[in-house]
Write a protein that binds this ligand. Structure first.
Ligand code: ARG
Length: 584
């Protein structure tokens, strides 16, 4: 089904093209937006003012000409209730309630509601989460994981072919240090006679760094380890595998808790491609030697002093780094994965890195940005109550696992107060849902470009724009549906009819689901969907306050409105990676 917004954009576009000479009609001229307030109708067209300037005609007269042509288009009277010119030339449009009813009735039977799925299944590579081996995941990885997963879920809903990649930081000279240290101090772990936790690995990592800086002999041994590892020496390889395994176990625990699916394909995966990559860049004349290192300089990328910034593809000691791997990954994803779209979800601080990778990839002929859409999906910081970067009380970086378990234990307290009648097992299950939903929703509902303040109390509230508020609305609708219990056979004969203004408002909002997803797909901002769901719950509450369901003459039609609302909340939750409950 075409969304309401595209339907009206097409109509306005046709009317404007009929009314005015083609040379005045640029692609960005047609501007239709949902109205900001009920008194301006449902949708608003702002094109008359711009057009008037170009034509040097009075804007209201231009608006009138658009309206007259629009009114004469076929079927318009079936869709449009009222067209009004307001202020300097805004055109306000109200959709017919009968047409909204027709749309929500079809949405009841469509598995994708009012969304038009991708015509051509696109291959979309999403690079997200991507923690670093031998280090704990932190809140920055939370944002990447939660936002990335939600974008994957969105594309999957569209029917695209999504490759979810975990670009683990699992390669580099630091591993030489850690392996050398563990061979000396913790050989039992490397041999597998004792297992250890990621937190221990992290301690050893710090200790090995210290020793590296202080002890020349150790430094040499570490460097030899790197060479051994990179040449595939079995002992070093086995030690490296062990380290990756221990780290992976910790990440998997988090992914399980967050219900996130992802394929591990770390930096090491691209190792065999790096030499040939640098050679290719060299042959293409893109490499400049600077202090012995091989660098790619790109026009327009400068530091504060106005000097060109390098993308360093090979260090002076011959080693490769983050830049090399990312360039190799881009090439592999286009060439072998046949990606139509590449998405990278990391903190905003890496924006420049990716802009440079994209540009270098283009210059080297690895990607044509006209054919493959490239997006760096950046995000802001997670802040503590003090407005500074989120830390533990002792000033250390908070481990993600601790943060999640704390959210769950806060939720458990709330659950035991609200529903003491539930079994302990059920309370536990609900606490996980409530706690994880809260953390995810708080992140997704904040425009990702902004920082946000992390607060367990705020995110777990049952009022305001929170997951718990939405979940409560959802559970309430389910209980209404159960109580009214209209038989299937009756429902099959029932169509939604809209009369009360609160019913119409709710239906209009239900009809904006596809429109919202379209927008999220364009700018990759999940907060479009959280805002949509929050408003949906508000429209539903107004409807339920104003319109009696049980025992009213409109009961069965209203039951169907409840049903569609609940299903859209459920679907929206699913795209955000949140879980619903049947009772609470
Ligand atoms: N490991 C990096 C970090 O923790 C993120 C990697 C992001 N993906 C990429 N292709 N560079 O910051």
């Amino acid at each position: 089904m075409q969304t309401l917004l595209t339907l009206f954009r097409d109509l306005f576009s046709r009317a404007i093209k009929q009314a005015f000479p083609a040379e005045f009609i640029e692609s960005d001229l047609i501007e239709i937006t949902p109205s900001t307030s009920e008194k301006f109708g449902h949708y608003q067209c702002n094109s008359a003012m711009k057009l008037a300037k170009m034509l040097q005609q009075p804007p209201r007269a231009v608006a009138q000409a658009i309206v007259t042509h629009l009114e004469h288009l076929p079927s318009v009277s079936e869709w449009v209730e009222k067209l009004e010119i307001a202020g300097p030339g805004f055109i306000n449009m109200t959709v017919r309630a009968e047409y909204l009813a027709q749309r929500v009735n079809s949405m009841l039977h469509e598995p994708y509601f009012d969304l038009t799925r991708s015509e051509k299944k696109e291959k979309i590579v999403v690079d997200f989460s991507s923690p670093n081996v031998a280090k704990e995941m932190h809140v920055g990885h939370l944002r990447s994981t939660v936002i990335g997963d939600s974008l994957c879920r969105l594309f999957e809903f569209y029917g695209d072919d999504v490759l979810r990649l975990n670009h683990l930081g699992d390669w580099g000279t630091a591993f030489g240090m850690l392996i050398a240290y563990m061979k000396e101090e913790h050989a039992d772990v490397l041999k597998g006679t004792r297992t250890c936790e990621l937190s221990e690995l992290m301690e050893w990592y710090k200790a090995s760094k210290k020793r590296f800086d202080e002890d020349e002999e150790f430094k040499k041994r570490s460097q030899l380890e790197v060479v051994a590892l990179q040449s595939g020496e079995p002992d070093s390889q086995a030690a490296w595998n062990k380290i990756v395994d221990i780290s992976r176990r910790a990440y998997c625990q988090i992914y399980q808790l967050l219900d996130v699916k992802i394929i591990d394909r770390g930096e090491s995966f691209y190792n065999p491609l790096l030499k040939a990559l640098v050679h290719d860049l060299d042959v293409k004349g893109l490499v400049t030697i600077s202090d012995g290192a091989k660098c790619v300089y790109l026009e327009g990328f400068k530091n504060r002093e106005g000097e060109l910034l390098p993308l360093m593809v090979q260090k002076s000691d011959g080693g490769f780094n983050y830049d090399t791997t990312d360039l190799a990954a881009l090439r592999q994803r286009v060439d072998e994965e046949k990606a139509d779209r590449l998405i990278y979800v990391t903190d905003q601080g890496q924006g420049n890195h990716f802009a440079m990778i994209f540009k270098a990839g283009e210059n080297a002929g690895y990607v044509d940005p006209k054919k493959v859409r490239l997006d760096h999906v950046g995000f802001g910081l997670v802040l503590g109550a003090d407005g500074k970067k989120f830390k533990t009380r002792s000033g250390e970086v908070e481990k993600l696992i601790d943060l999640l378990t704390t959210a769950i234990s806060h939720a458990k307290k709330i659950i035991s107060e609200r529903t003491p009648e539930l079994s302990a097992e059920e309370q536990e299950k609900n606490a996980i849902v409530l706690g994880i939903n809260a953390v995810k929703y708080a992140d997704l509902s904040c425009n990702r470009h902004h920082d946000y303040v992390f607060s367990y109390d705020k995110m777990l509230r049952f009022e305001g724009n929170t997951a718990s508020f939405l979940l409560y609305a959802y559970v309430r609708i389910l209980s209404i549906k159960r109580r009214v219990a209209v038989p299937e056979s009756v429902l099959a004969e029932t169509a939604i009819v809209l009369t009360h203004p609160s019913e119409i408002n709710l239906a209009l909002h239900l009809c904006r689901f596809g429109e919202t997803l379209e927008q999220m797909k364009q700018d990759l901002l999940p907060n479009h969907l959280t805002d949509y769901l929050y408003n949906l719950a508000e429209y539903f509450n107004a409807f339920f306050r104003d319109c009696r369901v049980e025992g009213s003459p409109e009961q069965n039609s209203r039951w169907l409105l409840c049903d569609l609302t609940a299903r859209l909340i459920q679907q929206g939750f699913d795209i955000l990676g949140l879980k619903t409950l049947e009772r609470m």
